[in-house]
Design a protein around this ligand. Structure first.
Ligand code: UPG
Length: 582
């Protein structure tokens, strides 16, 4: 039974918001703003004495001043959130904690090697949270037998790895990072028993890597010969033209409360693809994950992760719960910052997003809340299903649910429950039913399923129409009046790999800039939402700032690289060319 004061606003808070005082920054911002204003005034007053050159200069400076004001507004009232996971146990018993469905997306077994995805999945399966409340779903847009095979092998390794991490309170639960740091240590000292078990884990992880490497080396044509049975579904599939493949790799079959025993569910999904149907990239994958998990476990909370980011802090789910269970205000989502390992010295391409996190992140935390950054984010399922904070009752008729969410009666039922705020710990329907729901899951993962529904349209699911579906989806949530929280615990919640080269950075920046521009020129422009919906004015300015900033960066990087290379002495340039061609 949940503890009596579970959601009581009078007891000590699970999280708090602290305004930050960046006084020197503010003074500097005001001084620069005044200088800009005087420059513009000077230009205006003397415009008639000069020709077209001054007019061009005036328009450029006006644009810069506008851009500057957007930045100042975004950073003006910075704030940070502090969470208290240690207070969670005072509010709610372990068995009363809500369930969480964790989504991992992967799209290409060559660019995103399965061992990376495997590490992400292992780190999530090992988080400190009751296992019977967790389910991990992997979406594979590459429809790769190698990815599936790797996950099956990983689930066998997880049966050793997860108990080991929990027994010794291991801090880093992605094995590739754990075994690569110099001093491998648990949080509980280093007994000889620990050393022995650690060696064993290292050996087992080595075996897992070997198996995956061996399978990677095989020719694709030999896959369907070598792997029959479980892998038969992958025989003769084309990456962009294949039926849905859903495999329950591991089902936690405990019918009753099993505490920390066992492993979370692990489900592999490769949604149906057909050349005539748009698949909407990651947004499409996320919507399929949402529907499949809806008919399987229907957890009220969903975490989504890129395959190249792992959970670096085993308490992440508890940190998110501090915000999502607090009674004072319902937040739409909790975003953890994107941090990266293996950074280049001095971060020459700005891939670490330091300014974005430290200043802009803190700035928007003081307005309506963090942008949705695509990975490392916990959403409420009902928010993704389009609920507004005011109509929180979530009562819909079955007919309405079928119209909005497509023709599956089972999915409509699950959506009805989610919209009413039910959790599967309340309805207790998920244990042992995953295999039974595979048929319905196949139906909702079909490429035709969305055709007569609202998926991807404003308010329902991950939004279509922009390559930055994360920003668009987050904007939609803010537009409905929800706020969000940036949670930044120590150690950092998630770590991933960022591009380390100029061209890769540029491609990424260009993709983001294109996606943001698509939002700006669409009907979902934040400026429109200020007047027609509930987006706060300064939050709208922040969205405009990130848009401008991204477009500015994507055009500034090539020119700065050009300047940098043209100022590099000829002798050193020729040395570099020699190095790269040797
Ligand atoms: O058709 C696709 C394309 C991509 N992905 C997955 O989406 C994630 C992000 O794709 P990536 O190409 O790595 O984009 P990035 O620019 O690195 O990602 C950032 O920017 C994206 C667009 O804003 C967000 O979706 C991401 O969450 C965010 O980390 C990866 O896990 C991919 O496997 C799919 O599942 N299906």
């Amino acid at each position: 039974m949940a503890k009596a004061d579970r959601y009581s606003p009078s007891s000590s808070p699970l999280y708090e918001r602290f305004p930050l005082k960046y006084t020197n920054h503010r003074i500097l911002d005001v001084v620069v703003s005044l200088l800009l204003a005087s420059l513009l005034l000077y230009r205006l007053l003397h415009l008639h004495h000069h020709g077209i050159a001054w007019l061009i200069a005036l328009s450029c400076e006006s644009w810069f001043a506008f851009f500057w004001l957007l930045a100042v507004s975004t950073k003006w009232t910075p704030a940070e959130f502090k969470t208290y996971p240690e207070r969670l146990s005072e509010r709610v018993e372990e068995r009363g904690l809500p369930a969480v469905d964790m989504f991992v997306t992967t799209a290409d077994p060559v660019l995103e090697p399965p061992i990376i995805t495997v590490n992400t999945v292992l780190s999530l399966m090992a988080v400190d949270y009751p296992v019977s409340k967790l389910a991990c779903y992997v979406s594979d847009d590459g429809c790769s037998p190698l990815t599936y095979y790797s996950l099956v092998e990983a689930s066998k390794f997880a049966r050793l790895w997860v108990p080991f991490c929990k027994k010794y309170n291991v801090h880093v639960r992605a094995p590739f990072r754990y075994f690569s740091v110099a001093e491998v240590s648990s949080g509980n000292g280093e007994s000889s028993e620990f050393r022995q078990e650690c060696e064993k884990m290292k050996e087992e992880y080595g075996k897992l890597c070997c198996k995956i490497e061996e399978a990677t080396g095989k020719q694709p044509s030999s896959w369907d010969v070598t792997y029959s049975g479980d892998l038969a579904a992958f025989a003769h599939v084309e990456r962009r033209n294949h039926p849905t493949i859903i495999k329950v790799i591991w089902e936690n079959k405990y019918d009753t409360w099993a505490g920390e025993e066992g492993l979370p569910h692990l489900v592999y999904i490769s949604r149906e693809k057909h050349p005539e149907h748009p698949h909407h990239y990651r947004a499409g994958a996320m919507n399929v994950l949402t529907r499949v998990s809806g008919v399987m476990t229907n957890a009220p909370l969903m975490l989504n992760m890129d395959c190249d980011m792992y959970a670096n802090n085993p308490l992440i789910v508890r940190y998110a719960m501090c915000v999502l269970l607090d009674a004072r205000r319902e937040e739409g989502f909790v975003q953890f910052p994107q941090s990266f390992y293996g950074a280049l010295k001095d971060d020459p391409f700005g891939n670490q997003l330091v300014v974005l996190l430290q200043f802009v992140g803190a700035g928007i935390s003081g307005i309506q809340g963090a942008f949705y950054g695509g990975t490392g984010c916990f959403h409420r399922r009902k928010v993704i299903y389009g609920l507004c904070p005011v109509d929180n009752t979530g009562e819909f008729s079955e007919k309405e649910l079928l119209r909005i969410f497509g023709t599956s009666i089972e999915f409509a039922e699950s959506a009805g429950l989610a919209l009413k705020g039910h959790t599967n710990s309340q309805t207790n329907t998920s244990r042992g039913r995953l295999l039974d729901s595979v048929e319905v899951a196949n139906q909702v993962a079909g490429c035709n399923y969305e055709s007569s529904s609202n998926w991807g349209k404003p308010n329902i699911g991950w939004q279509y129409g922009s390559t930055t579906e994360d920003v668009l989806t987050g904007l939609g949530i803010h537009t409905r009046g929800w706020s969000s929280v940036m949670c930044n615990p120590y150690p950092v919640a998630f770590l991933g790999c960022a591009p380390t080269g100029g061209p890769a950075s540029l491609t990424q920046q260009k993709r983001w800039a294109t996606g943001l521009l698509e939002i700006l020129i669409s009907g979902r422009n934040p400026l429109i939402s200020v007047f027609t919906a509930k987006l706060q004015f300064r939050q709208c300015l922040a969205y405009l700032w990130i848009n401008n900033n991204s477009n500015f960066l994507s055009s500034a990087i090539p020119s700065s690289l050009l300047i940098a290379s043209s100022t590099t002495p000829i002798s050193s340039r020729s040395c570099k060319i020699q190095e790269s061609t040797s």
